[in-house]
Ligand binder design. Structure first.
Ligand SMILES: NC(=O)c1ccc[n+]([C@@H]2O[C@H](COP(=O)([O-])OP(=O)(O)OC[C@H]3O[C@@H](n4cnc5c(N)ncnc54)[C@H](OP(=O)(O)O)[C@@H]3O)[C@@H](O)[C@H]2O)c1
Length: 264
């Protein structure tokens, strides 16, 4: 299928690893010119080089923390007029006892998982409206719809994000700008490996990734029977970035192997 994005300018904010990188690869494969961001420079530069060499498209790396105004300004300068904007960002680590969650932890969560993507969207939406085309995809989390006691630093802020995009997407769809969210379940990414160690710590388990993963799987049955690869969500992200998705507006697409029990 031709995604019809050859030559379009695309941003993958958070594109050096995991689902962000997998999405960047699908966009590059379809011929988009990319700007990818991340906080850690070495991995970002390697990712940009590898993606560019593999798919023969332009990939510009920008070291930028999306949760900081300074980082967002660096992105805005590097790419003032994208056609496509995909955003992912790492919220604070899993909390342990919910009674120990402090106001500072909430502020960090909201600043990162809610205000950061909103500020990036708020900056780019006027230009997209003016040009009559835009695609925005947030890679958030299924815990936005499926609350988890150990993901209080991720789920609630993302529930607010999908509430925000539900409203804004209906406002801007008439200008050719479509905003949708992907809500991933359990994916074996670089970020998940880091997260599992803090998960183990929060739940007093042996600080080993496999111990935490087994504990997690026992407590969260995945009907598909496996933990996914980042590549399992990227085709959906790429489709939502395409002109072909012009009638998909304000949706939250859960990709979790059936783990989330809900009709909608
Ligand atoms: N993996 C899972 O099982 C899972 C489950 C549910 C939800 N999610 C959500 O899905 C999203 C992607 O997760 P993932 O597992 O693919 O993560 P990942 O492997 O850590 O990749 C995240 C990418 O985003 C970048 N990034 C993170 N925070 C950033 C920031 N503040 N500013 C700029 N770039 C940033 C990372 O690079 P740097 O670290 O160098 O900045 C990396 O390139 C996250 O929002 C996560 O909460 C993941």
């Amino acid at each position: 299928m031709d995604l019809q994005i050859k030559g379009k300018k695309a941003i993958m904010a958070g594109g050096s690893a995991g689902m962000g990188r997998a999405t960047a690869e699908r966009l590059a494969e379809a011929g988009a010119d990319l700007v990818i961001t991340a906080r850690r420079e070495e991995r970002l530069l390697n990712a940009a080089k590898e993606i560019s060499e593999q798919y023969g498209t332009s990939v510009t790396p920008v070291v930028a923390d999306s949760s900081k105004e300074e980082g967002r300004q660096a992105l805005f300068k590097a790419c003032p007029d994208p056609d496509i904007l995909a955003i992912t960002i790492k919220p604070p680590a899993p909390n342990g006892d919910f009674l120990k969650v402090t106001p500072e932890m909430w502020r960090d969560s909201v600043e990162t998982a809610l205000i950061a993507p909103i500020e990036i969207m708020r900056h780019y939406i006027p230009g997209m409206k003016e040009r009559g085309f835009g695609r925005i995809v947030n890679i958030a989390t299924f815990s936005a719809k499926n609350p988890m006691i150990w993901r209080l630093m991720s789920g609630p802020a993302r529930s607010a994000l999908i509430n925000y995009t539900a409203s804004v997407s209906r406002e801007v769809a008439q200008y050719g700008v479509c905003i949708n969210n992907i809500l991933p379940g359990m994916f074996a990414t670089e970020g998940a490996s880091e997260l599992l160690l803090t998960y183990a710590d929060a739940f007093g388990l042996e600080p080993k990734e496999d111990v935490a993963m087994n504990h997690f799987l026992e407590n969260n049955k995945i009907p598909a029977g496996f933990v996914a690869d980042a590549a399992d969500m990227a085709p959906m992200a790429a489709l939502l970035c395409s002109p072909l998705s012009r009638f998909i507006v304000g949706q939250n697409i859960v990709i979790d192997g059936g783990q989330h029990h809900s009709l909608f």
